[in-house]
Ligand binder design. Structure first.
Ligand code: B3K
Ligand code: ZN
Length: 912
């Protein structure tokens, strides 16, 4: 471990400083008198000292005022406690005692959407990570768990529904048109899982039976008038319940489970015990207003939050450094849920391809978001060692890489072993607040039983070291011995804070690395390992004799396979078995063999992406130098081959045929030149549209989905292939496709086709029809905020959109910076997903970013700091862009009154 702490300052919190709370909190009674501007919160906290010796009682606070304070029924004099903006300390308490605190808060003034806030005409809460301290003085840390009883009272007409966690105990009318409801949650929970909702809603509900025959009530609450859009959410919730019982043996523990949709929400959703609060965008879905991607996101997020009920709620985190304990694990669980749903009812081959589609999508997200993070100033291990603002650590690393680390344990233990490990974890820790180490200990206990003499000690480094490992592969074929030797060598650069820590030595990771070998004509070769001893360990369930799992645990290791007469083509890191970057010098012809014939559908996709990456990067250089930039024959041939491979499911084919994203490509460029990259990607799209015009036209015409809309993966796959074909043809200026897009826009009977057509028109149609379509869409959907978010996002990411368009749209009456979804749909989309516009040479994109980060920071720092992250990798751009980005960062850093959220991001970025 490092000996020094270069970032030491007053704001940094360190994992090593963890101390248990000296008191147990036996019971919490909360009483809310709800009022828009003056809500009174009375809380009664019953504590017992853990040790005989007295200790200070420290309660956290933020932006609240103390109205009254009693200890064991006696009012406390002001000189018997200390009060600051962030803490209330009652010194030297011991034994059992009761603290009563009254606070008065103004929910209508809460624009942070943390703590208790107003949205529309209702009240909502968000407490993770440290929002509860904005409601009342409290030990607001996840290892202080308690039993909550909550009394809510408010105006009955305005707020007919008063909801909180757990089970409903009683309700009664009060004088003056008010009513009162009492809730009791029988499970111990930390304050971050507390929730309160008050308002008037539509409800869709269903009673279902758990596997043990218990009736449970599932409810979806949404804005009045939106009940017709909650059918999919309720069905998704029911599927989640069934899946968790079947795959993990985990049952819903409460009598009712509520989901409430809200329009103002900082992120996707929140897993409060028994009362999930969701961004409306992850609840509401009907064919007219939601795309296939929206339907699948609703199902995935409902699954994710529901699965937290065990992984996060029943077993929670000891401290916030352990966040990946619940998030990585729950993302892994939701990924598996989606994969199982996609594969349900399909034959083996179709199921494998469906699962590969999910894996491709997840890996694409990881590479576009987490790989750059892991190479930049915010790089941190999945279990960080320090933070300034915990809100900044809900990152792609903690979530997505965290899920990969869980997935590797699943790969090493196998499905049955992993399930045993999970059972062991719950046996040991149900009802506790624990650490990532506790999780790995449970897995290791099972692993050691089936792998004598081995352990997970090297594997644990995934929790303590950041950075994406590079695995360099070399292959030696011995034609006389008919052997092939694969040598894997790993290196991981020092990243982020590791670079400035003295004596930080990076150690090798335990990398499960799945491989196969193909003959030059694409036949899968059987793998017989020369060293029989290691065979048992490296045989894996998910690939039979044609896939082998190599376990790289040192800097370099070799494996030899026998019976291979001719030089094979290696298929590497099948299924993306570890979050690493593979380096191997395939020829273009070898990549083409893999891209056309690899029996592992993930690796087949990967090979096509590698080929396309070379093509686009080559064309980027050619464009810069002004030389001719034609496509290579082998690349066009692979794309045509895959376009015509009717044996493949359409959704999988759409992934095969999609070009790598600009974000993925940028990771392969030094320095990054986003404008040239975007031009090159467009050129390739245009040229491929032309070169395979008849094949694309076939795909466009052969993938209709007539009849009633269904969001199933087969129909969604057909729509995605059709709309992909449309965009390639339109990029190539195909007139028939252009007509078809206009027609499809008018005739679409679902939002996927509508947006597919509108996207193609907005990006590739240059006549009057483009503006007409944009205006028509607004006219039609102006009353639906989630659809208008799409309208803003589409324009924000259009190829020719620059800051003038964005500023014009900011002046639109429908735009508001105060609603996070709206801010994200326009500003974030432009800054994050319109590289050409954002990085325009004149620096206008960076100036807009500066203004918006500061404007948002004064409203909602958590949302502002997400936007601030856009500049993370500023130092990797060309000198001209770099200096402009740097001065934007400095301008933000020097702004007076900057929040600690944004300050952490920009100062770390500038520390590079
Ligand atoms: N646990 C929440 C995230 C809370 C973020 C707080 N800044 C949602 C989720 O991951 O399920
Ligand atoms: Zn989560």
């Amino acid at each position: 471990m490092p000996t020094d702490s270069p970032e030491k300052d007053n704001h940094t919190v360190y994992r090593k400083d963890y101390q248990p709370y000296p008191f147990s909190l036996d019971a919490v009674a909360l009483d809310f008198e709800l009022d828009e501007t003056r809500t009174v919160v009375n809380s009664t906290l019953t504590f017992t000292s853990k040790d005989a010796a007295p200790a200070d009682l420290v309660l956290n606070a933020e932006d609240i005022t103390l109205d009254a304070l009693h200890l064991n029924g006696q009012a406390l004099a002001a000189d018997t406690y200390t009060l600051s903006d962030t803490q209330l300390v009652i010194p030297q308490l011991s034994g059992s005692f009761k603290v009563q605190v009254r606070t008065v808060i103004d929910p209508s003034a809460n624009s942070l959407f943390m703590g208790l806030y107003k949205s529309g005409s209702g009240f909502f809460t968000q407490c993770e990570a440290e929002g509860f301290r904005r409601i009342t003085y409290f030990p607001d840390r996840p290892d202080v768990m308690s039993i909550y009883t909550v009394t809510l009272s408010g105006d009955k007409e305005k707020y007919p529904y008063l909801l909180s966690n757990g089970n409903l105990v009683s309700s009664q009318d009060l004088p003056d048109g008010r009513h009162q409801v009492v809730w009791h949650d029988p499970f111990h929970k930390p304050s971050y899982l507390f929730a309160l909702v008050a308002g008037d809603f539509d409800i869709r509900e269903k009673t279902v039976q758990t596997r043990n025959g218990r009736d449970v009530l599932l409810q979806i609450y949404s804005d009045k008038g939106s009940r017709d859009k909650t059918e999919w959410a309720l069905a998704s919730l029911e599927r989640s319940l069934v899946w968790d019982e079947k795959r993990f043996g985990l049952e819903l523990d409460l009598d009712r489970f509520m989901i409430v949709a809200v329009r103002d929400f900082n992120m996707g959703a929140m897993e409060n015990k028994g009362l999930n609060i969701f961004n409306a965008g992850y609840v509401l879905a009907d064919p007219d207003t939601a795309t296939d991607a929206n339907f699948s996101a609703v199902e995935a997020v409902i699954g994710h939050e529901y699965f937290h009920n065990w992984t996060g709620n029943r077993v929670t985190c000891r401290d916030w450094f352990q966040l990946s304990l619940k998030e990585g694990l729950t993302v892994f669980r939701d990924q598996e849920f989606t994969a199982d749903m996609m594969a349900a009812g399909l034959d083996d081959q179709a199921a494998a391809s469906a699962r590969a589609v999910k894996r491709i999508d997840d890996v694409s997200v990881l590479r576009a978001g987490q790989f750059p993070e892991d190479a930049g100033p915010m790089a941190h291990p999945i279990r960080p060692d320090s933070y300034e603002s915990i809100g900044n650590f809900y990152t792609a690393t903690v979530y997505e890489k965290g899920a990969e680390v869980i997935r590797m344990q699943h790969t090493l233990l196998g499905e049955a072993g992993f399930r045993d490990g999970m059972d062991e974890y719950f046996r040991r820790h149900d009802g506790q607040a624990v650490t990532c180490d506790d999780f790995v200990n449970a897995m290791e206990y099972v692993y050691e039983k089936s792998h004598p003499q081995r352990d997970l000690s090297v594997f644990r480094r995934w929790y303590s070291q950041a950075g994406t490992p590079r695995v360099k592969v070399t292959m030696q074929h011995d034609a006389s011995q008919h052997t092939v030797t694969l040598t894997l060598a790993q290196t991981t650069p020092l990243v982020g804070i590791e670079k400035i820590r003295k004596d930080f030595v990076k150690k090798p990771f335990h990398i499960p690395f799945a491989i196969g070998l193909l003959s030059a004509n694409g036949q899968a070769l059987a793998l017989h390992e020369a060293d029989a001893d290691t065979q048992d360990q490296s045989k894996q369930q998910n690939g039979g004799e044609h896939t082998r799992l190599l376990e790289l645990t040192a800097e370099q290791q070799s494996w030899t396979f026998t019976g291979i007469a001719d030089k094979p083509v290696p298929s590497l890191l099948r299924n993306f078995s570890a979050p690493v970057i593979v380096q191997y010098d395939w020829t273009a012809d070898e990549l083409a063999v893999l891209a056309k014939s690899d029996p592992n559908p993930f690796a087949r996709w990967e090979a096509g992406q590698a080929l396309a990456t070379r093509e686009i990067l080559g064309i980027t250089q050619a464009l810069k130098q002004g030389t001719s930039a034609g496509l290579s024959d082998v690349f066009v041939e692979v794309w045509k081959n895959n376009l015509l491979d009717a044996g493949l499911d359409a959704g999988y084919r759409a992934r095969l045929l999609t070009l790598p994203s600009e974000k993925f490509l940028a990771e392969h460029m030094d320095p990054i030149e986003p404008v040239w990259l975007a031009k090159a990607r467009h050129t390739v799209r245009e040229s491929l549209g032309l070169a395979a015009a008849s094949e694309w036209t076939g795909a466009l015409q052969g993938n209709d989905t007539p009849g009633e809309y269904r969001p199933d993966p087969i129909s969604a796959g057909r729509r995605s292939l059709k709309n992909l074909a449309l965009s390639f043809l339109m990029a190539a200026g195909d007139q028939a496709a252009c007509q078809q897009a206009l027609q499809q826009y008018q005739a679409a009977h679902n939002m996927t086709d509508c947006m597919g057509a509108l996207g193609a028109i907005v990006n590739y149609h240059h006549g009057d029809k483009r503006q007409e379509a944009i205006a028509d869409f607004y006219e039609k959907w102006q009353h639906n905020p989630l659809v208008i978010d799409k309208w803003f996002a589409l324009q924000a990411t259009a190829a020719d959109t620059r800051t003038d368009t964005i500023r014009g749209l900011m002046a639109h009456p429908a735009f508001s910076l105060r609603n996070p979804n709206r801010a994200r749909s326009l500003i974030f989309q432009f800054c994050m997903n319109n590289a050409e516009g954002f990085h325009s040479e004149d620096g206008a994109g960076y100036r807009l970013w500066t203004e918006m980060v500061l404007a948002l920071d004064s409203i909602n720092p958590e949302v502002a700091s997400r936007l601030a992250r856009v500049m993370d990798n500023w130092a990797r751009y060309t000198p001209a862009s770099k200096s402009q980005m740097k001065s934007s960062l400095e301008q933000v850093r020097n702004h007076e009154g900057l929040s600690s959220n944004v300050s952490e991001i920009v100062s770390k970025a500038l520390r590079i």
